[in-house]
Design a protein around this ligand. Structure first.
Ligand code: SF4
Length: 272
């Protein structure tokens, strides 16, 4: 398997591998992109993707110091986005620790491989809570068990525990880490997922096994679970059907930005 030595695993690439080794191969080894529209109708999908990216940018600008009112005035062209922004202003930062860093990337190494996590927001209190906040513009709030199983949850907590010491003043005990998903299109509803030393050990084993599976793959097989093909860009290539219906798309609507726009200038720490 030809994975470059400097390949950095992200939540997107790990999730792709966990879902379908063939998708991982096409996207990250063969680097084949956009052979088909993501979903039908494509224009509406593009609009949602742009809205999600724009919302994340607003939050970043606000956390860097731009007043929320000023940003709100720029949203007259998109009432839905304006509603999300109002929700964020009312609820987005409530109850979070005061030391906040937006759009920060951390990385650590496992089995000689780089693991990278790009956080929407880290909110920390030295010696206290370390909260990972992730804004979602999904139209539905998924089950807690679904989010617990996602590689984003697994990777983000693990990387913070391993590489967050310089932000916290000391290595962060897993029990102090919490991941919070905020659903701004659902009135700011939150789902909070705790962490523990035992969970860290389980997650580390899971990540080690997944990386070993990727590195040891002699052929990248197509997933047997065809439901995972519904929103995959490679459906036509794999002869797994046409574009999927948009109302089922929410779970994946940020993947393009998170998978492909990885800004290494923002990497805050390299830890061995
Ligand atoms: S269409 Fe299905 S089998 Fe093909 S890469 Fe995508 S998820 Fe895998």
């Amino acid at each position: 398997m030809n994975l470059p030595d400097d390949f950095a695993f992200t939540q997107g690439s790990l999730q792709d591998a966990a879902d379908c080794l063939r998708r991982f191969e096409l996207r990250y080894i063969k680097r084949l992109r956009y052979p088909a529209v993501e979903a039908a109708p494509a224009l509406q999908f593009e609009r949602r993707t742009r809205q999600g990216a724009r919302f994340h940018k607003l939050v970043q600008q606000h956390l860097l110091g731009l007043p929320a009112e000023t940003l709100a005035r720029s949203l007259h062209d998109d009432p839905e986005l304006a509603t999300w922004w109002e929700t964020f202003r009312r609820t987005g930062l409530a109850g979070l620790p005061e030391q906040r860093q937006a759009e920060i990337t951390l990385q650590t190494y496992l089995a000689g491989r780089r693991l990278t996590a790009k956080y929407d927001l880290l909110a920390l209190d030295a010696g206290g809570e370390a909260v990972i906040v992730d804004w979602k513009t999904w139209r539905r709030v998924p089950a807690q068990s679904y989010l617990e199983s996602r590689l984003q949850t697994v990777l983000y907590r693990y990387v913070l525990a391993k590489a967050g010491a310089h932000l916290y003043g000391a290595q962060i005990p897993p029990e102090k880490i919490r991941m919070v998903y905020c659903f701004v299109a659902r009135g700011g509803e939150r789902l909070s997922i705790d962490y523990s030393a035992e969970q860290l050990r389980k997650d580390e084993d899971y990540l080690l096994n997944l990386i070993a599976e990727i590195e040891g793959a002699e052929q990248f097989t197509l997933t047997e679970d065809e439901s995972l093909c519904r929103f995959c860009t490679y459906r036509s290539l794999c002869e797994r059907g046409g574009a999927g219906p948009l109302d089922l798309l929410d779970e994946d609507d940020e993947l393009e930005e998170e998978d492909f726009v990885l800004d290494f200038d923002q990497i805050a720490e390299i830890e061995f």
